[in-house]
Design a protein around this ligand. Structure first.
Ligand code: AP5
Ligand code: MG
Length: 192
């Protein structure tokens, strides 16, 4: 990693279907950030049939979380390859342990967190969006049963991070209802 000029680190948080991936792509492009989506990386492993992919597929298809060590190792590997730390995380961290590991990694790179964006969307709308995506893309974890489990896991394991980041003054709550463009404009407004 080269000397870190102008670091920026954003996190996009929110329940399944909140629009993290959609907004991450737009935001990364607009701000010149590297989009690091742990879900996308895992799906890439599944597609390639790697050992990690084979292990992860079963867990993802059940809507559970892939073990922290696997995820943290993957993120470390990605960050090592970046010339500078200008990164937008989509779907990471998802547990307190992941958040603490990210803190120490960023400390190492002397790149503090810029902001944490929490996308808030009504439960009914989340399900509608995911079922819509199931029809269009056929993601194997977009079935009603697995969506329900992903929501439960979010509430149990990931939602506590809202307090974690709020306590550090980093949390930006953004209304994720409305069109993609409307949500993007709201996110842009709250960022420094
Ligand atoms: P991941 O891929 O992160 O899935 P997720 O959190 O369940 O979230 P989604 O990708 O389903 O939703 P999204 O918020 O990105 O919304 P999107 O923009 O796609 O994780 C999948 C699995 O991988 C996990 O269950 C776990 O097993 C594993 N995993 C990943 N990261 C992990 C980690 N850190 N630790 C442990 N395990 C991990 O939008 C959804 C749909 O809505 C799309 O069709 C989109 O076009 C549409 N849409 C978006 N915005 C709008 C809008 N404003 N109006 C209408 N429709 C919209
Ligand atoms: Mg996503």
């Amino acid at each position: 990693m080269a000397a870190n000029t102008n670091p920026e680190v954003l996190l996009l948080m929110g329940p399944p279907g909140a629009g993290k991936g959609t907004q991450a792509t737009k935001l990364a492009r607009a701000r010149g950030l590297y989009k690091l989506s742990t879900g996308d990386l895992l799906r890439e492993h599944v597609k390639q049939g790697s050992e990690l992919g084979q292990r992860a597929k079963k867990i993802m298809d059940e809507g559970k979380l892939v073990p922290d060590d696997v995820i943290i190792g993957m993120v470390e590997g990605e960050l090592e390859q970046q010339p500078v730390v200008r990164v937008l995380f989509d779907g990471f961290p998802r547990t307190t342990r992941q958040a603490e590991s990210l803190d120490s990694l960023l400390h190492q790179y002397q790149a503090p967190l810029t902001a944490v964006i929490l996308l808030e969307v009504d439960a009914d709308e989340l399900v509608q969006r995911l079922l819509g995506r199931a029809r269009e893309e056929g993601r194997s974890d977009d079935t009603e049963e697995v969506i329900r489990e992903r929501m439960r896991v979010y509430q149990a394991d990931t939602k506590p991070l809202v307090d974690y980041y709020h306590a550090r003054g980093l949390l930006k709550r953004v209304n994720g209802m409305g069109t993609v463009e409307e949500v993007f404009a709201r996110i842009s407004e709250v960022l420094p």
